[in-house]
Design a protein around this ligand. Sequence first.
Ligand code: AMP
Length: 448
Amino acid sequence: MFFKDLGLSAELLRAVEKQGYDKATPIQQQAIPLVLEGRDVLAGAQTGTGKTAGFTLPLLQQLQNRHKDGQKSFPKVLVLTPTRELAAQVHESVRDYGAYLPFRSAVIFGGVSINPQKQKLIKGVDIVVATPGRLLDHVQQRSIDLSRVEILVLDEADRMLDMGFIHDIRRVLKVIPKQRQTLLFSATFSNEIKQLASEFLVKPAEIQVTPENTATELVSQIVYPVDKKRKRELLSQQIGEENWQQVLIFTRTKHSANKLAEQLDNDGITSAAIHGNKSQGARTRALSDFKAGIVRALVATDIAARGIDIDKLPHVVNFELPNVPEDYIHRIGRTARAGQQGSAISLVCVDELKLLKDIERLLGKNIEKVYVPGYDVDPSIKAELIQNGSNRGGGRGNAGGGRGRSQGAGRTGGERSGTGRPGGAGRSSGAGARAAGGARTRSSSGNR
Ligand code: AMP
């Protein structure tokens, strides 16, 4: 279905065309008409599905229908996101799609000075994209008046709950009108999300574009079994041999993100780390350097990477598997966005076999294991307990959540599979066999 068939104005269609899109993605096909009807919407959609345009386009259309040019601006649309990066990206979409409309927008998040935000708000804005913490600071300081909000969007609601924002969300909901349209987007539907939806949405239309908790089919996923102390070496070799120019790498903790970025730099691979302890300036710079190709490897923790949208990002590496299986799906969702092919490689040591099992259970399939010559796993190494402190500490609005999720990352001894190369599933030899997902033989359990 084409955008022109969805009842959008000429100004919006022109903006969409400028982005180079003509066909609407499934979430856009479903969400746009419902939002235009004024319905509350409960949408199950991961990042990478085009969900941002799915809510941004129709809400701009609603504004265009209701508010003529020249009225004094006050916030009519509020979009809440869990992280600063996502807020910045959604705001970018609002600007892109609203380029030919007279509406003003602002992005509000913590970690940066509040005064420029106040000045922007004083001038009047129609659309506010915000993380909950800083938004509430503005509410408290009366630099924003949310009493005339007509449309509320909760983007990546599951992640907002994970990050402990539920109280902040409730506080925001108290200062916006009850009579409004509410759109809730979430990658997963826990009972908590359902509860939130039943409290704050009225007879929502439910849409789901990908089966719950299913990794995008376009990502080729591979596991490299490797000893912990040799992961970095294997990663550097992989990046070098394959000549990867842009790779997003995940670690479990801020500490290992820093350490790995430093080591990769020493290996001659320009790298930057991005996590909740970095200043907003450093995070923005790291991301823009990565997007511009100045930095080859961006090493990120889960929270900091949430919502990062990089056009045609070809490679994601799990240097360490996440403690929470759903995070694996979020991570690999950074690649293969909007129909592109992508690869996700996980370096898995003996400590992580239990985490791998949990992920495979969630995916409903096994991930192909590829044994890299020269990196045979040492069977004498015993699994160690994975510390679960990780990267979820930190305060409100700091892209580090309040409430950590715990997971029994128990000992995995006994689950260990053999260390030999299974017939046919290994990499035949050297780098040649590894070229861009090419000639490698895949085991039957591998997913495509
Ligand atoms: P999102 O799921 O909103 O994070 O979007 C993922 C990516 O898909 C972004 O880079 C968008 O610019 C892109 N995108 C959104 N809509 C379309 C479309 N209809 N066709 C192609 N790409 C799109």
